[in-house]
Design a protein around this ligand. Sequence first.
Ligand code: SF4
Length: 72
Amino acid sequence: MTLELRIDRERCRGSRCCVRSAPGSFALNEDGRAMLIEPPADSEELLRAAASACPFFAIQATPATPARESAS
Ligand code: SF4
């Protein structure tokens, strides 16, 4: 994977926009906030779309550093 994804759970309001955009990579946990499914099953394009879809700017999608890529 070439993206590093982070969810700011304090910002998340459970709108499900990320789940609808990339259902193989995002889910809501028991407290109604988003969590990542590991490993993400969606394309990089869908992951970026999911991050952009969040109305609360709770998802960061940044390029993975080479060291992290090789470690995963
Ligand atoms: S789109 Fe944003 S606010 Fe909605 S569930 Fe996903 S992370 Fe949470």
